[in-house]
Design a protein around this ligand. Structure first.
Ligand code: SAH
Length: 216
């Protein structure tokens, strides 16, 4: 019975990757492979398991959401990830993006401000056996200086500014992608770090939960 259910989830996941990811133009083979492998249904609350491969964000409790699969794939592709990279995700929530990253790069660190989500995502990642993935409790606006520099940074919550600690913790040539809040709208922006500045590119309109400002 359970085996049958897992086969059905796998079928839905492969269909999701084909219709929502590949057909919409994502071509990074490592991103595609990771999306085929990571069981998104294990990262959502049990009552949403059946919806895990729909083309939509889903609630993960605490007024937070797991992002739409396509947006996640889009952000990962823009980071131009390499197998030897060390990556930071700010706002790691359910741990889904961290799990994907763990299948693409050498080492991934997620930072999350809600303790319950930290505990739950750690448990999920451990149960599924992701070894090179670490979740930390804290305010992601400060980054994780003890693990810097990062080759790439992905921010999963929207802010009017890009916290300076994060660009400081990015290596020269590294890519950072983040949703920027501007005049009531949100846009994804990609930054590539140069010697003395960040070269920025405005991408597509998006909707993310806010990056909270607490000093905890
Ligand atoms: N990538 C996550 C998305 C979670 S939604 C996933 O796949 O599930 C964004 C997350 O950012 C939420 O869990 C929220 O609690 C967290 N967040 C918001 N502000 C934060 C901050 N300042 N520091 C760390 N995490 C933050």
């Amino acid at each position: 019975m359970q085996e049958q259910q897992e086969t059905e989830f796998t079928r839905k996941r492969l269909e999701m990757v084909h219709s929502q990811i590949v057909m919409r133009g994502i071509s990074d083979q490592n991103v595609i492979r990771a999306m085929k492998e990571v069981p998104r249904h294990r990262f959502v609350p049990i009552q949403f398991e059946e919806d895990a491969y729909e083309d939509t964000p889903l609630s993960i409790g605490y007024e937070q959401t797991i992002s739409q699969p396509y947006i996640v794939a889009y952000m990962l592709e823009k980071l131009e990830l390499q197998p030897n990279h060390k990556v930071l995700e700010v706002g790691s929530g359910s741990g889904y993006v961290v799990a994907l990253l763990s299948q693409i790069v050498k080492e991934v660190h997620g930072v999350e401000i809600i303790a319950e989500l930290v505990n739950r995502s750690k448990f999920t990642l451990q149960t599924l056996g992701y070894q090179n993935a670490y979740i930390h409790l804290g305010n992601g606006r400060n980054g994780l200086p003890q693990f810097a520099p990062f080759d790439a940074i992905l921010i999963s919550a929207a802010s009017a500014d890009l916290p300076s600690a994060l660009t400081e913790q990015l290596r020269i040539g590294g890519h950072i992608i983040y949703p920027l809040q501007k005049n009531g709208f949100q846009y994804l922006e990609l930054g590539i770090k140069q010697q003395n500045r960040l070269e920025k590119k405005l991408l597509v309109a998006v909707r993310f939960v806010p990056l909270v400002n607490n000093s905890t």
